[in-house]
Design a protein around this ligand. Sequence first.
Ligand code: CA
Length: 641
Amino acid sequence: MNWQQACELPYYGGSDLGANPAAEETVFKLWAPTACGVVVCLYATGTDAEPGAGERGVHELHREADGVWAITLPGNLHGTYYLYRVYFPDGRMQEVVDPYARSAGANGQRGMVLDLTRAAPEDWDADVRPAIPPHARSVWEVHVADFSADARSGVRPEWRGKFMGFTQPDTTLDSDGAHPTCLNYLKGLGVSHVQLQPIFDYATVDETRPDGGYNWGYDPQNYNVPEGSFATDPFHGEVRVRECRAMVAALHRAGLGVIMDVVYNHTYYSESCLERTVPGYWNRRWPNDSMTNGSGCGCDLASERPMVRKFIVDSVLYWARTYHIDGFRFDLMALEDVDTMNAIRAALDALPGGEDILMYGEPWQGGSTRMEHGAIPANKQAAGLLDSRIGFFCDNTRDAIKGGVFNAGSAGYINGDMHCGYQVLHSIPAWRGGQADFMPQAPGQVVQYVSAHDNYTLWDKLKCVARRGDYAAPDADLLAQNRMAAGIYLTCQGLPFMQGGEEFARTKHGDHNTYRGPLELNRLDWTRAAQLEELVQYYHGLLEIRKAYPELSGMAGDAEPCILSLPGWLIGFVPERRGESLPGRLAVYYNPERTRQWAALPAGSWRYLCDGTHAAAEPFGPTCRNAIELAPVSVTILKVE
Ligand code: CA
């Protein structure tokens, strides 16, 4: 199906696709304009292997306007499982799960009619998004299973690795009462948002077995259904919904926002339910009709086609409304087109409080794709075309600080290649000077980071560059580099982001791609968090400084920082506040040298907020004037008295 043929299909603008149960009836609607017949098959269970399995009837849908097939059945069918059979003029029949299904049975094999009021945790009506000012935002990324799977996490066994693992308060390491873990730990860390690796239903973990495998989840199956392996019961579709919402509510009660990692760039199966419902419509194709593979996972979705765009916008809105999600991280965002991203932004902005819902993504592709009709990829070069509140991960900052991700041994500014200082200088005002091949409109568009789930953990990367083999072993030199890396991106303008556990030197023992597990290599090691408590406290201090001094973020329309003139590879700057003609109240220094260095201070008397080892929002230590001695491999932050 080419662009012209796709555009000739009718567009349906209604917001009622899917199965909508009401008190007396349930309405089913499916967009399938090329079909010649559609029936809905109802079942008692999500698979035939379960007790009580059996058919609950087959009903023929009728054709309505705009390519929609519909039927109204008596009764509230909450808890009924269903499939569509879609018939085509050439005699083929496809059995599909409803792309708009709100829940599903085990392994997503059948959709489930869901009455949302019957899948709400206690006090769900009272759940509200925490109010977090833009300058105080910082993101901590984690996978649901990794968060609480550690047997020493203090989380009750049946909740470990599940959505519910986020809901248990006051957990400590081995219940020793001294070292907080999981939610209890996050409350005190100082980050504002938790970004969850995929929580929608993905394909490769067998939900029916406790040892059904491990995956990061970038293999989407049912976009509007929570993943079943994270539920305490994957067989009853309302449980995963209720428990996913309970997780969000618990994080909200702790004052934390919840960001969802979404993967609208591809379908896991080339014969996905979308593709089988309207063959040829959903995926991008080359002229020879093979599907494009810009995702590296096969089967790119054609976001620029009208009903694909609508599906993505509808899905994001559904999660925002139904699960009170506070932000969306778009996997391989450059496979989405600019207009789709801006349409999502506009739709979120129209929700109550929706302007505060974050949007950012990876501004790259994993291979080549084929956007039609002049659609523009949402990459860094499109920063000026995207809404200024759609951000992107800044690989320029990431690689400048600690070395590139494609060569394990390549160093950055903090660990041996001080020439990267030029890029670090540009990172400070969030690349707003256009020194690279992109031009951000605002600091908030730039996600500043050195580690994420992809590639080495920061600690393992530092080990690789230093050629020090024992990944778990502490190392004073590398701890200094770790502190310096954090000190840099947490004093740069933009949105700071970190892989969960970066703050306790998380190691995956030199494995740079653990997407298929094992869990033992991926899970957060809460014993290590206790052992590296000083590093955690340092991060906490930096995060508190970030909250207390809004000018660091540049989010309030602040000017670019004033760069100080310093010798060699030292960098120093004074953040300036919006509209203020007075000199700034902070001074920040980066010393990448392995020796102590003297640097001139701006006029005034200064005290430490960060001396390279300790960080706090309240000044400490002696008063300094004229000049200061900087620790080797360190970030120093001073406040004027
Ligand atoms: Ca699944």
